[in-house]
Design a protein. Structure first.
Length: 450
């Protein structure tokens, strides 16, 4: 590897002789992070006191003995660690603003503001898993792929819900299909394929008995079959084991939430493993339902507070709001769901089931972009996973779930989506909150508390 790097820089040096210094500097923008701990996202042990060289959005070389090309800007990052930018496999955009929700918030400005917040918190790729308005979403996704936005963006266009059922959200009719029959489901999938959807999503849940009807088995089957005919994978929103079993049997590719009503039995775990099904626990979703009202210790930390709007802070400081959200059926349901979700995550981790990373951030105001992802990392630790595995899941695995081969690990040729933190998150996962800077498409921003 080191010899290859030397050879590579031989070429750069030759090029620099041909070009004038200024022209070379304009073509390239070499930056070297030196004396840094490299945690590459593969789950391997970090390399201490290393150098990472990148040029705009690409990593060029990593090693402690590389020749730096002319005009390289050197940033001494002694004491810091670099890891791949975090990747969210399950978020939403444009559904809310501060503490309000509604279709009127699906705007470019609002979505850009959310992507900026994701970047500040080190999340450099976001999968908006449904409820998108194609006319607004598609041009934004294109710009994001061109590196013009603070984070890269993928999406399920609208997704497949249920008439008079899931998802029970304040969204516009352009943001969801609610087919009544298998034929309508097929048409909806065809439309989404035509729009360029990255995945198809189905909502298979009765939201704790709060919606009158669930998706019918024939609609589930027709949706999955039609998506697979288009070579598009299907992510399923579920809560209960019974629904998870049904979508697994029908061929779903991604379980987009944890199973939260009971422990997953071994035969189902074996089936998930054999079929390489991805599982995104979304632990933070249920934590968020009560944590702000309960004033959990972390909610007062500056790192998390920096992601909250004035309106949100006013709400959580209101004793009446806190009382209402601490008590009752919804709070009890969320606490029980999280308790079971943590145990299922540990079981699946030990069984080597494919685990992804996502929180459902942005779906509603309690689920804060960036904040939710960092809480998710802490909750993976609470479930009993070691720090290096947690980072591996939130980077290389999360990229693999989305079938993205150009990111998720730090290696020459991969995207320079970089999260620089002080300390060593490979030993202490909470060090991932000490954000120094986040690089995406050749630009950096400081962490939320800087
Ligand atoms: Zn969701």
């Amino acid at each position: 590897m080191k010899n290859q790097n030397k050879k590579l820089f031989g070429i750069f040096t030759a090029a620099s002789i041909l070009l004038s210094g200024t022209a070379f500097a304009e073509t390239h923008n070499f930056i070297a992070l030196t004396h840094i701990r490299v945690i590459d996202g593969t789950g391997n042990l970090p390399v201490e006191d290393d150098t990472l060289l990148f040029d705009k959005d690409k990593i060029i070389a990593i090693g402690n003995n590389i020749d730096l090309p002319p005009h390289t800007k050197i940033l001494d990052r002694s004491g810091d660690s670099v890891l791949p930018g975090l990747i969210s496999d399950h978020s939403h955009i444009g559904l809310m603003k501060n503490i309000q929700t509604g279709p009127e918030y699906y705007t470019k400005d609002n979505i850009k503001a959310a992507l900026s917040q994701y970047q500040r918190y080190g999340v450099t790729t976001v999968m908006a898993l449904g409820l998108n308005k194609p006319a607004v979403f598609n041009p934004i996704r294109k710009e994001a792929h061109e590196g013009k936005l603070p984070a890269d963006l993928f999406g399920v266009e609208q997704g497949i819900g249920v008439p008079d059922g899931a998802p029970p959200l304040k969204i516009g009719t352009q943001q969801i299909f609610r087919p009544a029959t298998p034929e309508e489901a097929k048409e909806a999938v065809d439309k989404m394929a035509e729009e360029g959807t990255d995945l198809v999503k189905i909502w298979v849940d009765d939201f704790n008995g709060s919606v009158p009807q669930k998706m019918s088995p024939s609609v589930i089957e027709a949706t999955i079959a039609e998506a697979h005919r288009h070579n598009i994978r299907v992510a399923a929103h579920i809560h209960d084991l019974a629904d998870a079993k049904e979508v697994i049997n029908d061929g779903a590719d991604i379980i987009a939430h944890g199973v939260r009503d009971q422990l997953i039995p071994n035969d189902v775990i074996a089936k998930m493993k054999a079929r390489h099904i991805w599982y995104i626990p979304t632990l933070q979703l249920d934590e968020a339902t009560t944590a702000w009202a309960e004033e959990q210790t972390w909610t007062n930390q500056a790192f998390y507070k920096a992601g909250l709007s004035k309106e949100f802070l006013e709400q959580i400081n209101d004793p009446a709001w806190r009382n209402a959200h601490k008590k009752g059926k919804e709070a009890a349901f969320a606490r029980k769901s999280l308790y079971i979700n943590l145990q299922n995550l540990k079981r699946l981790y030990e069984a080597h089931v494919n685990l992804g990373f996502g929180t459902d951030s942005g779906a509603q105001p309690l689920r804060i972009p960036g904040v939710a992802e960092h809480r998710e990392l802490a909750l993976y630790k609470e479930a009993g996973l070691p720090p290096l595995s947690i980072i591996h899941i939130a980077t290389e695995n999360a990229a693999a779930l989305l079938d993205l081969k150009d990111r998720g690990v730090l290696a020459p040729g991969k995207r320079a989506d970089l999260l620089v933190v002080s300390g060593d998150p490979s030993k202490n996962i909470s060090d991932v909150n000490n954000i120094v800077e986040v690089w995406h498409s050749g630009h950096s921003v400081k962490g939320p508390t800087q």
